[in-house]
Design a protein around this ligand. Structure first.
Ligand SMILES: [Fe+2]
Ligand SMILES: [Fe+2]
Length: 322
């Protein structure tokens, strides 16, 4: 594959960024400091009502404070666990992709930087999970069982990188919402999220740039398939990442209907889901993946709406496109 100079430059800039601005989960987080101790009675574990679909549900809001804290702590720990499970799939697939690249391919160096960072993220999130003392499973059981094979998708690199973006975007979006709230959340949680957001900016830039580069080389039929696969993978993985496993409903006696509404049948939760994807809708428009058929799929899946005007734009009052 001929790689144009501009793409080489982007990859070099991203790689140098990984060398110059990086974090270590044990050097850069003072886990043992007083501020970072995890207090299971801390009311700051209560789920926010504006960026967590369960936190926004009236059933949760009507619970006594202690119960809200208990559920909040478990859910937060579980989200970290899901994140690290996803990162491990990413590493496995990306390694397969990178090791098939010929010598002198600039993507190779950047992919290895990204995997190094993801290894650090896994350690960072697992450390946080361990310190919460919650024995959380992470993804839903069926996803957990099949996720060992997801990395095989890397034999179709465009599809696999859509999957990478589908995981990274909702997590990043959610974390930015949490960090914007500042003091309302425990310090150890905020610190891990800040570190993650800083490094994830590079990963998301790369996934966007990778797709732009590779989709433009696809044949017409290949592009047509990609345009449909893109929203399907986005919706599927967002569900895998943001919705809790059944264990949670069982453990806390959360009624089935509440779970159904929170993930994702209530208008409020649907709006949250839609908001995860402003940036990926923008990318789809830019790289020619929006066509009448794919737009219909976006709409059917409930993730249509305005594209962001620039990457990372805080969401405007998102409304589904007419
Ligand atoms: Fe990560
Ligand atoms: Fe990442």
């Amino acid at each position: 594959m001929i790689i144009d100079q501009e793409y080489r430059d982007v990859l070099r800039t991203l790689s140098e960024g990984s060398v110059n601005r990086r974090f270590d989960p044990y050097l850069d987080i003072d886990w043992d400091s007083a501020d970072y101790q995890i207090d299971p009675k801390d009311p700051r574990w209560i789920l926010p009502d504006d960026c967590d679909p369960l936190g926004a549900h009236p059933w949760y809001q009507a619970l006594p404070e202690e119960r809200k804290i208990e559920i909040g702590l478990w859910r937060v720990a579980n989200i970290q666990k899901v994140g690290l499970q996803f990162e491990s799939v990413l590493i496995r697939g990306m390694m397969q992709y990178a090791m098939r690249l010929p010598n002198q391919t600039p993507e190779f160096r950047y992919c290895l930087h990204e995997m190094t960072e993801e290894c650090n993220h896994i350690q960072m999130f697992q450390e946080l999970v361990n310190r919460t003392g919650q024995d959380v499973p992470g993804m839903r059981a069926d996803y957990r069982a099949t996720s060992h094979f997801w990395h095989l998708g890397a034999y179709l690199p465009v599809i696999f990188f859509i999957g990478i973006l589908a995981g990274e975007e909702p997590i990043d979006h959610f974390q930015k919402d949490v960090v914007r709230r500042g003091d309302d959340r425990p310090a150890a949680l905020l610190r891990t999220m800040q570190i993650h957001i800083a490094e994830e900016a590079r990963h998301i830039s790369f996934a966007h740039r990778f797709l732009r580069e590779h989709v433009k080389r696809q044949t017409k039929p290949g592009k047509a398939v990609t345009s449909i696969a893109y929203p399907v993978i986005m919706r599927w993985l967002a569900g895998a990442i943001m919705a809790p496993p059944r264990d949670m409903a069982k453990k806390f006696g959360i009624p089935r209907q509440v779970m159904r509404e929170a993930f994702w049948s209530s208008p409020k939760s649907q709006e949250m889901m839609r908001n995860y994807f402003g940036d990926v809708r923008m990318l789809a428009e830019e790289i020619g993946l929006m066509n009448p058929a794919s737009r219909a799929v976006w709409k059917k899946l409930g993730i249509d709406g305005e594209p962001s005007r620039y990457r990372g734009e805080p969401h405007r009052a998102a409304r589904p496109a007419a």
